[in-house]
Design a protein around this ligand. Structure first.
Ligand SMILES: C[S@@+](CC[C@H](N)C(=O)[O-])C[C@H]1O[C@@H](n2cnc3c(N)ncnc32)[C@H](O)[C@@H]1O
Length: 393
């Protein structure tokens, strides 16, 4: 019976950032998930308990891995309350456990997600109180059980959050600069670049080193979840299978390659950022894989082509640059003159300044960095005299 439960498939919902859905879908397919389907900032699929654990450990572009437990229509407060009470919550958590509800509400007669999560919480604690006279407590920060409520057109999906803390918090980054990239976004951008994980990869404005570390983890086949310090959400579930999780963890540890699979190089103008990047790299155990130097990008040359440049220059939003237009012009000139034979990916939230790159984009992918609308701009830097021609727009 226990074996049957382990092997049983169930629906899994992996959440991600806008624009990274296809990259995440590919990651889930690599884990042999079935019925992989892309949605808006989510990918749905079907898998078993082992695959759920694997998704948490291996998915580089997932924010959370959810397990839906109920779906129902809730047209008003009463029906929401009654529907939530139809679940036997004692099968999901014990009285002594803490819980939290993350609610997202859209296109519904309910307007406020906070209100919806409070109603849901009331329905859960009232059920416990009616049965035992006591109620479990809410802990917004470190709950034992994290629930996810998604309401769209008044259709509610209630899920258990198997990740707990967001998966972008890998655990390797101690040092941050003023504008570090979200790790999931960095991994997604490298995924979108199509880098082969063998040819050189350069981030010439590396800041705290997020692109470099995510790229190295990919090349070395290291699971990003192995750095995690806090337990995963599923470790508090009633069906938690420690043996399976240990196996998944051990397999992940064994899969990581120790010898460098690709040349991965970072530069930054600022000595403090170089230091921060080195500390983070060391934290991830990648000091023999990634090389970081204090250098001005405009004075660097590419290692042997072909290769990939990926960069996140200042946008003038959080980082001020004296002349942002001149900066982007020099980026274009340096790429054209010193990085021939490379594919360059410039991730920016300043589309106006990006026009000054002065090279023709071969791809433009809309993405967000937090609330800032951005583009990932691809430039193919041909060898020889081929001119860039057009502007970035
Ligand atoms: C937006 S931050 C990059 C953040 C980085 N992606 C991260 O995750 O931490 C831009 C970086 O470009 C660096 N920078 C600006 N001009 C540069 C130049 N000419 N050469 C090298 N680095 C430069 C800044 O020092 C800053 O660290």
């Amino acid at each position: 019976m226990a074996k049957k439960t382990q092997n049983e498939n169930f629906n899994i919902v992996a959440t991600t950032l806008f624009g990274l859905e296809e990259v995440l879908a590919e990651e889930l397919r690599e884990l042999d998930m079935e019925f992989v389907k892309v949605g808006n900032r989510v990918v749905t699929c079907s898998g078993n308990l082992r695959q759920l654990y694997e998704a948490n450990l291996w998915c580089r572009t997932a924010i959370r891995i959810l397990k839906p437990i109920r779906q129902f229509k809730a047209l008003d407060e009463k029906s929401l309350y009654e529907q939530v009470q139809k679940t036997n919550w004692a099968e999901i958590m014990d009285l002594g456990m803490t819980f939290a509800i993350d609610a997202v509400v859209s296109h519904s007669t309910f307007e406020h997600s906070l209100y919806v999560s409070q109603l849901t919480k009331d329905a859960i604690v009232d059920q416990f109180r009616a049965k035992t006279g006591e109620r479990p407590s809410v802990d917004r920060v470190r709950p034992d059980i994290r629930l996810n409520l998604h309401m769209h057109d008044n259709l509610v999906t209630l899920s258990l959050d198997s990740s707990g803390d967001s998966l972008h918090r890998r655990g390797y980054r101690l040092q941050t600069n003023v504008a570090p990239l979200n790790e999931v976004l960095a991994a997604g951008i490298i995924g979108l670049s199509g880098w082969d994980k063998k040819s050189p990869l350069v981030d010439p404005m590396c800041g705290s080193g997020t692109f470099l570390i995510e790229a190295a983890l990919m090349a070395q086949n290291m699971a990003p979840g192995l750095f995690r310090r806090d337990p995963y959400g599923f470790e508090k579930w009633k069906d938690y299978n420690e043996q399976i999780f240990k196996m998944v963890w051990d397999v992940a540890e064994a899969k990581g390659k120790t010898t460098a699979q690709a040349q991965i190089i970072g530069y930054d103008l600022d000595a403090d950022y170089v230091e921060a990047a080195r500390n983070n790299i060391e934290n991830a155990g990648l000091e023999n894989i990634i090389e970081v130097q204090k250098a001005d990008f405009f004075e660097t040359n590419a290692p042997q082509a072909p290769g990939v440049v990926v960069m996140n220059p200042p946008y003038n939003e959080r980082i001020q640059s004296d002349d942002i237009y001149e900066l982007y012009k020099k980026i274009g000139d340096t790429l054209k003159n010193n990085y021939q034979g490379y594919d360059a990916f410039v991730f920016t939230g300043n589309l106006d300044a990006a026009k000054n790159v002065g090279l023709r984009t071969s791809r433009r992918v809309p993405l967000f960095n937090g609330s800032i609308e951005c583009r990932l701009l691809k430039y193919e830097l041909y060898r020889g005299s081929r001119k860039g021609g057009g502007e970035a727009e």
